[in-house]
Design a protein around this ligand. Structure first.
Ligand code: COI
Length: 355
C-alpha cells in the first residue's frame, strides 16, 4: 500500500491529556489513517494525516442509509516500554464480515495492519503508561457516495482514529448494575446483530438512557422472538458461573462475536474449567441466583475488558450477584488477559503483536 504521510506541524500538535482522568473516547491523537474506495478502482489514496474534520457531501449515503461499520481494539504500553497490540488481525477480519453484511468493500487485512502500525509508531507518545489506561483504536468505514437511491454505495472512506482511554465504565473494574430489558430488543434473527454496524448502537441508545436514568450502568438484551433467552449487554458479551459451569450464549446470528469473548473461552478451557456455549434464559439465571448456584456474572469486550456484574434488575426485581462483589473468576481472567495484553506474561496463543 502506497502510504502518504502528512505530519502535524509543531503548532498543530495537541497537548496530551492528564492520564489520571482520561475517561473513554474524549481525546484524540494527532494523526489518523485515511483511505478511499471507488468501485472499479479499489482502495486508493491511503494516507496518514493530521486528525481533522472531513468534508462530506450532504447526500453522502452514510448520512441517509447508515452504511457505517467500525471496530474497537487497543494498543498497550508494556512495563518494558514496548507497544503491544491484541489480536488486531482478528478485529480487521471481523470488520470484513461486517463489510460483507452491509455490502461494503473488503479490506486487505495485512496492508491495513501495516498502515495501522505506521500510525501507531507516529503517535506512540499518545499511548498512555498509567495503570489501566490504553490507546483505543477505532477503525471505521462509511459510504461517501452522494446519491439517494437505496443500494450499496460506490464510494467509501476508511479511517482509523486513536483515543487514549481509561476504563469504559465510570465504575472502572468494579461491578456494574445491569438492567434487563423486556421492552426493547437489540437484534432479530436474519438481521445485523452479529456485525458491528453503527445502527445497532443507535438503536440501543434509548434503552440505555432509560436504564441509566433508573440508576443502572447498562442494558442486558433478551432475544427478540421469545424475550427469554439472554443475548448480550450493551457493549459486552456475557458469561454466567452456575455451579461448576461457565455458560455464555452461543453466536446464533444476533450476538456480536467478541474477540475478548473468544479469548476468554480459550483461556478458561486451558485452565481446565468447564465452559459451555448454550442458550440460557433469564428465568434460569434468576432461579440459579435464588438457589445460590449462580456465583458470578461478568461481561467481556475490548472497551470493557472483563466487567463484573454486581446486580441484575428484571421486571421490578433486584438480584444481587456475589454480594455485589467482583468474583474470583472475573478477577483471575482480568489479571490474565491484562498480563497478556500488556506483554507482562508470555502469550501462548500468538495473540499479541509487539510493535
Ligand atoms: C468495544 O468494546 O470496542 C466496543 O466497540 C464498544 C464500544 C461501542 C464502546
Amino acid at each position: 500500500m502506497d502510504l502518504q504521510l502528512e505530519r502535524v506541524t509543531e503548532k498543530e500538535a495537541k497537548c496530551k491529556p492528564d492520564q489520571s482522568c482520561l475517561g473513554f473516547g474524549r481525546h484524540f491523537s494527532d494523526h489518523m489513517l485515511v483511505m478511499s474506495y471507488t468501485e472499479g478502482k479499489g482502495w486508493h489514496d491511503a494516507s496518514i494525516q493530521p486528525y481533522r474534520n472531513f468534508s462530506l457531501d450532504p447526500a453522502a449515503m452514510v448520512l441517509h442509509y447508515g452504511q457505517a461499520i467500525f471496530e474497537g481494539m487497543k494498543a498497550y504500553r508494556g512495563k518494558d516500554g514496548g507497544i503491544y497490540l491484541f489480536r488486531p488481525a482478528d478485529n480487521l477480519a471481523r470488520m470484513n464480515l461486517s463489510a460483507a453484511r452491509l455490502c461494503m468493500p473488503q479490506l486487505e487485512v495485512d496492508k491495513v495492519l501495516a498502515a495501522l502500525k505506521e500510525l501507531l509508531r507516529l503517535d506512540q507518545d499518545w499511548i498512555p503508561s498509567a495503570k489501566g489506561a490504553t490507546l483505543y483504536i477505532r477503525p471505521t468505514m462509511i459510504a461517501t457516495e452522494a446519491a439517494l437511491g437505496v443500494r450499496p454505495a460506490k464510494q467509501y472512506l476508511f479511517f482509523v482514529i486513536l483515543s487514549p482511554v481509561g476504563a469504559y465504565y465510570p465504575e472502572g473494574f468494579n461491578p456494574v448494575k445491569i438492567y434487563v430489558t423486556d421492552k426493547y430488543v437489540r437484534a432479530v434473527p436474519g438481521g445485523v446483530g452479529h456485525v458491528k454496524t453503527a445502527g445497532n448502537y443507535a438503536a440501543s441508545i434509548m434503552a440505555a438512557v432509560e436504564a441509566q436514568q433508573a440508576g443502572f450502568t447498562q442494558v442486558l438484551w433478551l432475544d427478540a422472538v421469545e424475550r427469554r433467552y439472554i443475548e448480550e449487554v450493551g457493549t459486552m458479551n456475557i458469561f454466567f458461573v452456575i455451579g461448576e459451569k461457565i455458560i455464555t450464549p452461543p453466536l446464533g446470528g444476533s450476538i456480536l462475536p467478541g474477540i475478548t469473548r473468544d479469548s476468554v473461552i480459550q483461556v478458561v478451557k486451558d485452565w481446565g474449567l468447564d465452559i459451555v456455549e448454550r442458550r440460557i434464559t433469564i428465568d434460569e439465571v434468576l432461579a440459579a441466583q435464588e438457589d445460590g448456584s449462580l456465583t458470578e456474572i461478568f461481561g467481556t469486550g475490548t472497551a470493557a475488558v472483563i466487567s463484573p456484574v454486581g446486580s441484575l434488575h428484571y421486571q421490578g426485581r433486584d438480584c444481587l450477584i456475589n454480594h455485589g462483589k467482583t468474583g474470583a473468576l472475573s478477577q483471575r481472567l482480568f489479571d490474565e488477559l491484562q498480563a497478556i495484553q500488556y506483554g507482562a506474561k508470555e502469550d501462548p496463543y500468538g495473540w499479541v503483536i509487539k510493535l
